[in-house]
Design a protein around this ligand. Structure first.
Ligand SMILES: *Cc1c(COP(=O)(O)O)cnc(C)c1O
Length: 413
């Protein structure tokens, strides 16, 4: 792990982990004594590595620290990204993976290597919910879903065979928060591994390991890469856990990141603190605008004083993020009409992009869920989720305003 300490997140995002020794550019250059190291880390887009001697080859097999063998086992571009991730999340070690789901499944398969039970937040990211609710039961792993906004409910659901407490905060799409320090304490008291998906908050806003959480996960597809160019994920935790994950579930199930995607993610991370600050600033303006609009029933944003857990947000987060959820007064018809009118904001799933993305869950991401079940979990018909981008907030507001004005409810006023 990186031993240099930086005062701020921006320096960290730019410089952390870049102490990786650069592999020789080529025998000819070495012989010619050429100096100069690429400022932007090069990409090692190769599947395998060659050795000079049988002895070197043999020792790389015995002691993996001594060399690179095969990219599914490790690659310098992946390694560089992993060193940066460990520093950003203040963890001992990190693993980059092929996707956020690759990180989630690899981490869970590692923590549940001997089977066991999971206590998980309800309203998880949909694929995570499917993994726990459909895939894992076939392997004999059961999950109890609880409203983890109340840590007592987490503790009450613990069984003798519970191995994992699995959390998200803020949650998708209702932006509920979980008291991470309280849940981490419960996990420690029961000797259970605590895991959080920190995708929505990013390491700029929330440092779960400092709050006592064991393992932090990311979909780097979102804010970390920020460029909308890759699918990628990350696991950060203690070295012992990361080594077990790498040598076991990652290598054998194979959710390995490609060097090219690792490199594209490395291009995104240095601007994360700057981007995140702007996402937060824009979202604050837009949440305030939406809150006063007569076509909007309510707005949920952790930075608004009317968020039910605003105090926890202030205590636990450093910046309230770029995600906003609102309910339109006109229900499903209003939701669909509204998104059809948008010009700048793009209709798309995903989040953390430089562009503002908008999604109407009732007609898209959550349309497969029976209406009553959907309503019970708070995914109402007029719900619209925004991932606020980096455009000028005046332009985003103007776009939202012209779309809201077309709603029948608005013209009745
Ligand atoms: C997108 C997302 C995931 C899944 O990540 P992929 O990179 O799409 O595999 C997991 N958790 C959260 C909170 C997400 O937003």
């Amino acid at each position: 792990m990186e031993n240099k300490k930086y005062k701020g997140k921006s320096t960290e995002a730019i410089h952390a982990g870049e102490a990786l020794p650069v592999l020789p550019t080529g025998a000819q250059d070495q012989q010619a004594g050429k100096t100069g190291i690429p400022l932007l880390p090069p990409i090692y887009q190769n599947s395998t590595f060659r050795f000079q001697t049988a002895e070197e080859f043999a020792s790389a097999f015995i002691d993996e620290e001594s060399g690179y063998v095969y990219t599914r086992w490790g690659n310098p571009t992946q390694k560089l990204l992993e060193q940066k991730l460990a520093v950003l999340e203040a963890g001992e070690s990190a693993l980059a993976t092929a996707s956020g789901m690759g990180a989630i499944s690899t981490a869970l398969l590692t923590a549940l290597a001997d089977g066991g039970h999971v206590v998980a937040m309800e309203n998880l990211y949909s694929a995570t919910y499917n993994l726990l609710n459909e895939e894992f039961p076939r392997m004999g792993i059961e999950t109890t879903f609880v409203d983890a906004t109340d840590p007592n409910k987490v503790e009450s659901a613990i069984r003798p065979d519970t191995k994992v407490i699995y959390l998200e905060s803020p949650t998708n799409p209702l932006l509920k928060l979980v008291d991470l320090a309280a849940c981490a304490e419960i996990a420690k008291a029961h000797n259970i591994t605590s895991i959080i998906d920190n995708t929505f908050a990013t390491p700029c806003s929330q440092q779960p390991i400092a709050l006592g959480i064991d393992v932090v996960l990311h979909s780097m597809t979102k804010y970390l890469s920020g460029n909308g160019a890759v699918i990628a994920g990350a696991i950060v935790g203690e070295k012992e856990f990361i080594v077990r994950a790498q040598k076991g579930a990652l290598r054998n199930f194979g959710a390995v990141i490609s060097p090219f995607n690792a490199w594209l993610t490395l291009l995104g991370i240095p601007t994360l603190p700057l981007r995140f600050a702007r996402h937060c600033e824009n979202a604050a303006h837009i949440a305030a605008f939406l809150e006063t609009h007569p076509a909007v029933a309510w707005v949920r944003y952790p930075g608004l004083p009317n968020h039910p857990q605003h105090d926890l947000a202030k205590r636990q987060m450093n910046g309230f993020g770029g995600m906003i959820t609102m309910e339109l007064k006109g229900g499903r018809a209003a939701g669909e009409k509204f998104v059809n009118q948008l010009q700048i904001c793009a209709l798309a799933v995903s989040l953390g992009d430089v562009r503002t993305l908008v999604c109407h869950p009732a007609s898209t991401t959550h349309s497969h869920i029976p209406t009553e079940v959907r309503q019970q979990t708070g995914i109402t018909d007029g719900l619209v989720r925004f991932s606020i981008g980096l455009e000028d907030s005046e332009d985003i507001i103007a776009d939202l305003e012209q779309a809201l004005e077309t709603l029948p409810f608005y013209s009745e006023i």
